[in-house]
Design a binder for this molecule. Structure first.
Ligand SMILES: O=C(O)[C@H](CS(=O)(=O)O)OP(=O)(O)O
Length: 233
């Protein structure tokens, strides 16, 4: 049977062998939710980078640029890290370069995998469909927060596992923990994440609507994947 594993933080990724595997990178609050939203609204390419200056330099090559550090956008960028910012006309047909605190780090560290998908609750059925069609093992890589695990990405990993039992077995305790936690939380994700650190951070920044939006299931039927250093559909 195929195995599915969960890497709870990009800082733990050295413990996992990504070769030959399908990886789903998730950053529910908010990077991968933004990327899924951008593609659903017509973006044609997203380059995830780790550095703000590298991101800014892509403007000369015709990219729109998006940056966020600690939830805040530096001056001069086209987009912040809210999924609502990508639901606008200028996203249609756009190439976008993005850097965020956690999500783009997780993506850059996953490039050795055979296939890298971008996952969020917003496109979870597209993710599950791809993993059902995949014949090898899979890993959900959670972006977490600055090297620490977080609840919402772990819940997403558990939700994916919940859809795949029967075809995949859980590889280790991180996957088992994610799955069990999801089963405790699945009837009300908003309440489940209520006291989490990221929700507190977003509320502190006055960003409440993003929380509900990012926890919505299957608003979009798109599945971005990495091709070289670019995300495409
Ligand atoms: O903008 C976000 O929600 C976070 C920043 S922080 O974790 O709140 O500092 O970035 P992301 O890379 O999307 O986790």
């Amino acid at each position: 049977m195929q195995k599915i594993d969960v890497c709870l933080s990009p800082d733990l990724i050295h413990l996992y062998d990504l070769a030959g595997k399908a990886v789903v990178v998730v950053d529910i609050f908010r990077a991968t939710s933004c990327m899924v939203t951008a593609f659903a609204h017509g973006a044609v390419e997203i380059i995830p980078v780790e550095d703000v200056d590298v991101c800014a330099s892509h403007r000369e090559q015709g990219y729109l640029i998006s940056a966020e550090r600690n939830g805040v956008t530096p001056a001069g960028f086209d987009f912040d890290n809210s999924p609502f910012s990508y639901q606008v006309d200028r996203v249609k047909g756009a190439k976008i370069c993005v850097t965020t605190t956690n999500g783009t780090v997780a993506l850059r560290r996953s490039v050795q995998a055979a296939q890298v998908y971008v996952g969020a609750f917003l496109n979870i059925s597209s993710v599950v469909r791809a993993l059902k069609a995949w014949s090898g093992d899979a890993i959900v890589v959670c972006a977490g927060w600055k090297g620490k695990p977080n609840l919402e990405d772990t819940l997403f990993a558990g939700a994916v596992i919940d859809e795949l039992v029967g075809q995949y077995t859980v590889a280790d305790d991180a996957a088992l923990m994610a799955w069990k936690q999801y089963n405790l939380a699945s009837s009300d994700l908003i309440t489940a994440v209520k006291h989490s650190s990221h929700v507190n951070r977003l509320l502190g920044l006055g960003i409440e609507k993003d929380i509900t939006f990012c926890l919505e299931r299957d608003r979009y039927d798109v599945l971005p994947h990495l091709q070289g250093d670019k995300l495409v559909l």
